[in-house]
Design a protein around this ligand. Structure first.
Ligand SMILES: O=C(O)C1=C[C@@H](OP(=O)(O)O)[C@@H](O)[C@H](O)C1
Ligand SMILES: C=C(OP(=O)(O)O)C(=O)O
Length: 426
């Protein structure tokens, strides 16, 4: 297995222009495909998750042209749902932002599709989404285990109507039904059961739908009302914001070992909830400066904090390794759904943090990290989880080196992460 050893880094400083947001890239690609007109997307993320969405669009006959090292994409929308009656099989890797929204869009299209993925995708539950779509009479069948992909979808015109959807495991299920609802014949009322998790991702969905000309009524994240029989219209140009989750590693590095680091491509008006990772760093003691198109963090002494991170589950992982450099314990609360992402992130994080010397309490939905006096070298297993690999790069900001196993797993969202990270060393 390939490994990467990062030697101790004495100081970091500099500027990073962020690759495009994964969440926005895959939403915009899908909305652009369904919209009337051509959408000219710039700063598109070039990573595995996005390739899976693009391959799906190709298979469905959507015309698009990639340029500028795949960061520019001109998508020719079809002004409605997909129409590809010949049977297809689509491999979607482990991309939740492809699997979930495509399931809903395809269930309402004239298609006959089997959605497959990596082995881990078959352990990530999708039952709440399928149960919800079946209330709209969708024809979806599990071809492996009940409640998990792979799925066989025999798409057909759906009327919409009232639906109850469980929001307690993933917000991506709600995102999926919201995006397809305006294209159905009738109006829809979507009621959320369970406490909706990861709410800011719903804000991203609603903001993007709005830019494509569709308004959703959000009744306090409990009920959503959407008029049917609408059309998405291309907004023309679209610049994808930098990825706020990817920004977290650089901002944390500055807080731990700056100098200052400035990330550009996101700023105080960004639509991604993960920008609030910077607020958590500030609460730990870092200095944060916000611009229209940048966030800059400067080092200060860090203290452990105890917080609810349900709104920012991805960036919260970065807090877990930043905690190694704080004074006192750090508690990361209300992140049960870490267990159903790329790996069981609560278990994986606890195991690997202990290897570098931390004392860790792993709860059902929380992690308490007490840093050691000095960190130990370890070879970090990454569980095919890009965020495990990126989070543990921060250990090199101590007096010890760290070995990252399978560093190429960052290809899911950030193929060039390690070269950018190492360039900040000074
Ligand atoms: O909608 C999105 O773009 C995402 C929502 C979140 O998932 P959950 O809603 O499952 O927490 C997040 O973890 C994921 O990386 C991207
Ligand atoms: C949970 C993640 O991915 P996905 O979009 O596949 O859910 C993630 O990127 O941390």
């Amino acid at each position: 297995m390939k490994t990467l050893t990062l030697n101790p880094i004495a100081k970091v400083a500099g500027e990073v222009h962020l690759p495009g947001s994964k969440s926005i890239s895959n939403r915009v690609l899908l909305l652009a495909a369904l919209a009337k007109g051509t959408t000219h997307i710039t700063n598109l993320l070039d990573s595995d998750d996005i390739k899976h969405m693009l391959n799906a669009l190709t298979a469905l006959g959507i015309g698009y042209k990639l340029s500028d090292c795949r960061t520019r994409c001109d998508v020719h929308g079809i002004g409605g749902l997909f129409n590809h009656p010949q049977a297809l099989t689509m491999f979607l890797g482990n991309a939740g932002t492809a699997m979930r929204p495509l399931t809903a869009a395809l269930a309402a299209s004239n298609v006959d599709v089997t959605l497959t993925g990596e082995p881990r995708m078959y352990e990530r539950p999708i039952g709440h989404l399928v149960d919800a779509l079946r209330q709209w009479q969708a024809d979806i069948r599990y071809t492996g285990s009940e409640d998990f992909p792979p799925l066989h979808i025999k798409g057909k015109a759906l009327q919409g109507g009232s639906m109850q959807i469980d929001g307690s495991i993933s917000s991506q299920f709600l995102t999926a039904v919201l995006m397809v609802a305006p294209l159905l014949a009738g109006d829809s009322e979507i009621d959320i059961t369970g406490e909706l998790v990861s709410k800011p991702y719903i804000d991203i969905t609603l903001a993007l739908m709005q830019r494509f000309g569709v308004t959703v009524q959000n009744h306090n994240y409990k009920r959503f009302s959407i008029k049917g029989n609408q059309l998405y219209r291309s907004p023309g140009q679209w610049l994808v914001e930098g990825d706020a989750s990817s920004a977290s590693y650089f901002l944390a590095a500055a807080a731990i070992k700056g100098g200052s680091i400035k990330v550009t491509g996101i700023g105080k008006h960004a639509v991604q909830g993960d920008i609030h990772f910077a607020d958590a760093l500030e609460a730990m003691g870092a200095e944060v400066e916000w611009g229209d198109d940048y966030i800059m963090v400067t080092r200060n002494t860090l203290n452990g904090i105890d917080r609810d991170y349900n709104a920012i589950p991805d960036a919260a992982m970065t807090i877990a390794t930043t905690a190694l450099f704080a004074k006192g314990p750090t508690v990361i609360r209300n992140v049960y759904n870490w267990r159903v992402k790329e790996t069981d992130r609560l278990a994986a994080m606890a195991t690997e943090l202990r290897k570098v010397g931390a004392e860790v309490e792993e709860g059902h939905d929380y992690l308490k990290v007490t840093p050691p006096a000095t960190l130990k070298h370890a070879s970090i297993a990454t569980y095919n989880d890009h965020r495990m690999a990126m989070c543990f790069s921060l250990v090199a900001l101590s007096d010890t080196s760290v070995t990252i196993e399978d560093p190429d797993c960052t290809a899911k969202t950030f193929p060039h992460y390690f070269s950018l990270f190492q360039q900040l060393a000074c």
